[in-house]
Write a protein that binds this ligand. Structure first.
Ligand code: 6AU
Length: 261
């Protein structure tokens, strides 16, 4: 069953988080709702694929703490690619701590080079808001929004309904700094918030380490997510370039089917 949603341009007007406005606009312009998770350890290899992927993606997601040559020279090269291709840089650090600690961690590890970072709702609204609001409001930092982790894709995870609902409430009450969610299914009716979903593959269902993959169609049409985050299903193939096109097309087709013509 296809449920009609608002267009990306209509939702751009409803969004208040600065990174969401930019994201809705670039998704519409580039016709893509694909986020590529590049989980290579070699920094140069990540940059090479990010350059190839640029035209097909709305965001490139990395884990800074898993990259061999992670330093300022590397981040400045990634920023140059993001500017060249107009995609967001997404540091998937999954922050979770008290406000003061969060603030110090974010300033040192992400604020200057990433557009968006992941944060667990676990520490509560006050810690999250007090850490991120001043950083996002600071014109000299690149960071312009956060994604709250509402649900996880892995088997046996401990994100129960109470946690998910509490996280949704924090997001809905802080839309000036929260872009949306990392989730498996749509959890909020606030149309300015964006549902990003990992755990997507068109060829496999599990990695044997707890990860659970399902199709693009299920993630977008059935579970009503907006953006698919795809990693190894693209990056570990011998021809990532053709997989990029395949996933971009499948994701965009599924999202377009639910939008007004
Ligand atoms: O497609 P994969 O399984 O190769 O990669 C999925 C990526 C990985 C995970 O660290 C991340 O998405 N992820 C997340 C995120 C984005 O926060 C949450 C989650 O529930 N599952 C998940 O796989 O880089």
């Amino acid at each position: 069953k296809i449920r009609v949603r608002l267009s990306l341009q209509q939702r751009e007007k409803l969004a208040t988080c600065p990174v969401s406005k930019r994201l809705f606009s670039l998704m519409h312009t580039k016709a893509t709702n694909l986020c590529l998770a590049i989980d290579y350890e070699e920094g140069e290899r990540i940059l090479e694929l990010a350059d190839k992927a640029g035209p097909f993606v709305c965001a490139v997601k990395v884990h800074a703490d898993t990259i061999d040559e992670f330093n300022e020279s590397w981040t400045s090269k990634l920023v140059a690619l993001a500017n060249k291709h107009d995609f967001l840089i997404f540091e998937d650090r999954k922050f979770a701590d008290t406000g003061n600690t969060l603030s110090m961690q974010v300033k040192r590890n992400a604020a200057s080079w990433a557009d968006i970072v992941t944060v667990y709702g676990i520490a509560g609204e006050k810690s999250i808001r007090s850490a991120f609001q001043p950083i996002i409001a600071d014109p000299s930092t690149r960071l312009k929004g956060i994604l709250l982790i509402a649900q996880l894709s892995c088997e046996g995870n401990l994100c129960d309904t109470e946690y998910t609902n509490g996280t949704r409430r924090i997001a809905e009450a802080n839309q000036d700094i929260v872009c949306g969610f990392i989730t498996q299914e749509k959890i909020s009716d606030k149309l300015g918030l964006i549902h990003w979903t990992p755990g997507v593959s068109l060829d496999e269902t599990t990695d044997g380490k707890g990860q659970q993959w399902r199709s693009v169609e299920k993630a977008i049409m059935e579970q009503q997510n907006d953006i698919v985050i795809v990693g190894r299903a693209i990056c570990n193939k011998t021809t990532p370039a053709s997989e990029l096109r395949r996933y971009r097309d499948a994701a965009w087709e599924a999202l377009s089917a639910a939008m007004p013509k």
